[in-house]
Structure formats: C-alpha cells, structure tokens
Write a protein that binds this ligand. Structure first.
Ligand code: NAD
Length: 467
C-alpha cells in the first residue's frame, strides 16, 4: 500500500493508495491506484456503451430517476464514508447526498427537444440536440459527491457516457456512489477511475474523450485545457474563487453576522464560492470584526462524526499547510488574529476558525485563495474603493453586498465582476440557474438548462417547404 497521494512511480500497476481520515490524520482505508494505461480500455467501453445510451431518451430518464432513488436509499453509507474521508460534519454529508439525488432528478426531466429556426426563408430548419460521446470529469475533494453529480447528471441526461475521476484525497464515497448509481444504469455508462497523477492528466488528454469537465484549482485547470487541446475536446472549467462580501453603511451587523460567518466558514472555508474577503466601512469596522470573532470563538470544531461539531478538520495536510502559511504571512504583514490564528493542538488537520483584522490589502490571504477557515476583514473609506478592491483580483466567481436598502445593495452588486452576485446572502445556488465564473475562475457554463446544453451539440437539419 502506498502512503501518500500526489505523484506516482511510472510503470506500477495493481497498486493501492492510502485514504486518510483528516479528523485523526491516519489511514483508514485504501483505493485502487489505477494505471493511466488502463484508460484506453475504459474509454473504449464507454464508447461502446454510448451507442445504446444515446439512442433512447425515455429509457435514460427512467434510469436516472431510479438512480436518484438508489442514491437516497444508500444515504447513510455514503454519508458515513464521505465524512470519514472528507472531514465535514455528518449533516453536511447528508445535504451533499440529497443535492446529488435532486440533481439527478432535475436533469433527468429536462428535455432538449428540437428547436425550429425561424428566419423568414422558405426553409424548415431545426436544431436537434445531440450528445457528444464519452466525456470525462475530474473533481476536487471539497464536495466530492455534489461536484461529481454536477458533472454526471447533465452529461448522462444529455446522452453521453462518462469516465469520472475523483480526487485521490476523497476517492471512496465516489466509488461507492458510482456502484450505487450503476445498479440503475447499463454497464459502462458511468465509470469511476481512481489513482494518483498522471491519471487525471492522461484522462484530460485522452483522444477518445469529447468533453472534459473539470473542477479544481486554476493551475490544474490550465493544464487540463492544454491536455484537452491535443484532441480539441470541449472544456468546461470551474476554478478557484476569492469572493468578496461588501458590507454597506446601513447594514445591520448583528442581523447578518451569523449568515456572513457561515458563508465564509461552512465546510471549513473549503468552498470555491465561500466569502473569502470582507470589506466593512470604517465606521462599522470594529463592530464587524467583533461580531465575526465572537462567532469564530464559539463555533464548535471537532470530528465530523461527532454530532456536536459545526466545523470539521481541513481535508488534507498540504491544504492545512497552505492555510498555516497564508495566516503566518498575514500576521508577519501586520495583521491581528482577533480569533484563532493557529492549528489546534490535537491529532488531525484542525485549524482554529480565524478572523484577521488590519490585514494589508496586498497580503496573500487577500489576493489569493486561502480555501480554509480564515477570513480577512478589510476597512474601506469610499464605496468606489470597496468595489474596486472587490474586483481587483484575477478571480471572478461570486460576490455579495450586504445592507438594509435592497435597491442600493442591488445597484452595488450590479458593479461586481463575477458570475453570481448575492444580496444579504452568499453561495446559495439553485439547480436551475447558470453557474459560470469569469476571468480566471472559469470557462463555460454549468447548471440549469445551460449545463445540459454544455453537454450537447447542435445538429441542424434544413429542408425546403416544397419538394
Ligand atoms: P486540484 O486542482 O489540485 O485538483 C482537482 C482535481 O484535478 C483532482 O481530482 C486532482 O487529482 C486532479 N489533478 C491534479 N493534477 C492534474 C493534472 N495535471 N491533470 C488533470 N487532473 C489533475 O484542486 P483541489 O485542491 O482538489 O481543489 C481545490 C480547488 O478547487 C480550489 O481552488 C477551489 O476553489 C476549486 N473549486 C472550484 C469550484 C468551482 O465550481 N469553481 C468548486 C470546488 C472547488
């Protein structure tokens, strides 16, 4: 058994790698370390399965609805495994599974029927949406099941088959999910592959794959796009975020503090569109810092399996090291840790929920994505200054504006350069809405009907009105 996750020794086959429980920092199980050469046969089988899967939309709908029921029925086993390898509180694992089932049902019932094109010519022309073929999905470790379902539900509903690779930090719940769903689907329609790099790189660049849908960090997203360019496969990239929350002068701090705190700290801050920076007007600055610090100090941190826990551990050692590094750098830059600021003195990857005040705007915890339970609070003078700072990074995933006058808040939200802007909320997404980061936060659109069309190609038939 191998004990670490990142690179692999080329040429090894039949190996397994250890999967750690982040609440204790020790291995509790292992997963197959599949060799990249195995992908040729996997993609061939996905291609073969595609021939019949694409042909019968009614059978697809039935199969995907049955799969949703199977996911719910397996909820307890899936949730336990997910919490064990990911670290999140059990209730959040259940929420992730409920979202997975809901997404299967949502896409199963979307119908991309034919669309007539009317342009005044004596021609009947029509778009008939066609699937792409075998597609690939590569997902990270923060929401393994929910993000996997965001890939496979629209792809399979559209009539594609899929090869899906979870993160090597969280392969087990996805493998179980794959086998649960496969009880409702024909063989090889959805295949889960697990292993260390270069498995993902080889999957992204495999010549038999027609669409690569990736969620993860910006540098890996770039590598995936480069790999997919070899076969000119379509790419959809959902990448990092550094969402700002701007508090307006008329905000009711006590009223919004809980919501704002959890928008930053849910899943231990390991959410692409968590609030990662707060901008507070100078007059309210101390009150905002205190309100958030008080919540950080009283949040219950513990193992996800403990029903009292509100915050679990960080998922993995490299991520914990990054959180520590960014926090130490901010403190060295002159920030104050008003709550937390350090690892917890216990086994596992626990970091105290941290509120940083007086952080210089060029500190890495502000300019980059910390992806952990650490929140910098920045003071602003004029609103223009706050909007400019919020927009002043290479990221463009989400953002929010918080205040009592909703029209005014909406006018400020309209100025944010990102894919989704919320007022008095953050990171709430409906299955029916498009999800698309801009700038370095993403390429392409997921979610809603747009997510379905992202997995289809238009095939146009022209026919004259008269023979
Ligand atoms: P990561 O980029 O390190 O890994 C993501 C996936 O890519 C994993 O499955 C990994 O094994 C695989 N991978 C690694 N190297 C690869 C390569 N060369 N080619 C192909 N695949 C490769 O990201 P992570 O650390 O697992 O996840 C955290 C990041 O994901 C954060 O930046 C976060 O913001 C982002 N994220 C974005 C969204 C979104 O929807 N925009 C959602 C969740 C997470």
């Amino acid at each position: 058994m191998l004990t670490h996750v990142p690179g692999r020794a080329p040429g090894t086959r039949g190996e397994r790698f250890a999967v750690l429980d982040p609440a204790v920092g020790e291995a509790f199980d292992e997963a197959p370390d599949q060799h990249p050469d195995e992908l040729d046969a996997v993609v061939d089988r996905a291609h073969e399965a595609w021939r019949s899967w694409r042909a019968d939309p009614v059978a697809r709908t039935t199969a995907l609805l049955t799969a949703a029921d199977a996911v719910e029925a397996a909820g307890a086993d899936l949730a336990l495994l997910l919490t064990r390898e990911q670290g999140k509180p059990l209730a959040e694992s259940y929420a992730e599974i409920a979202r997975t089932a809901a997404r299967l049902r949502y896409f199963a019932e979307l119908d991309p029927g034919p669309q007539p094109i009317t342009d005044g010519r004596p021609v009947r022309s029509e778009i008939r949406w066609r699937p792409l073929g075998p597609v690939a999905a590569i997902v990270p470790w923060n929401f393994p099941l929910q993000l996997a379902s965001a890939k496979f539900a629209p792809a399979l509903a559209a009539g594609n088959t899929m090869v899906l690779k979870p993160s090597p930090f969280t392969p087990l719940a996805t493998r179980l999910l794959g086998s649960v769903i496969s009880t409702a689907l024909p063989e090889d329609v959805l295949t889960i592959v697990t292993g260390r790099e270069p498995l993902g790189a080889r999957l992204a660049s495999h010549p038999g794959i027609r669409h690569v849908t990736f969620t993860g960090s910006i540098p890996t997203g770039r590598a995936v796009a480069e790999g997919a360019a070899a076969s000119l496969a379509r790419v959809t990239l959902e990448l990092g975020g550094n969402d700002a929350a701007i508090l307006l002068e008329d905000v009711d701090v006590e009223r919004i503090a809980d919501r704002l705190f959890w928008a930053a700290f849910r899943n231990c801050g390991q959410v692409c569109m968590a609030v990662k920076r707060v901008y507070a007007p100078a007059r309210l600055y101390s009150q905002v810092v205190e309100a958030l610090a008080q919540r950080a100090k009283t949040a219950v941190v513990g193992a996800g399996l403990d029903p009292e826990s509100q915050l679990g551990p960080v998922n993995n050692a490299p991520q914990l090291a990054r959180v520590e590094r960014y926090t130490a750098q901010a403190l060295a830059d002159g920030a104050r840790a008003v709550a937390g600021g350090h690892r917890l003195d216990r086994p596992g990857y626990f970091f105290a929920p941290t509120i940083l005040a007086d952080v210089p705007s060029d500190s890495r915890v502000v300019t980059e994505e910390q992806f952990g339970p650490v929140l910098p609070v920045l003071r602003y003078g004029s609103l223009d200054e706050a909007v400019e700072a919020a927009n002043g990074t290479g990221f463009g995933l989400g953002g929010s504006v918080w205040g009592t006058d909703l029209d005014r808040a909406e006018a400020v939200a309209d100025r944010l350069e990102c894919g989704t802007a919320w007022i008095n909320h953050h990171a709430e997404l409906s299955l029916a809405q498009p999800f698309a980061g801009i700038k370095e936060s993403g390429v392409g659109v997921a979610g809603g009907p747009w997510g379905l069309y992202g997995n289809l190609r238009p095939f146009v038939v022209h026919r004259p009105e008269e023979a």
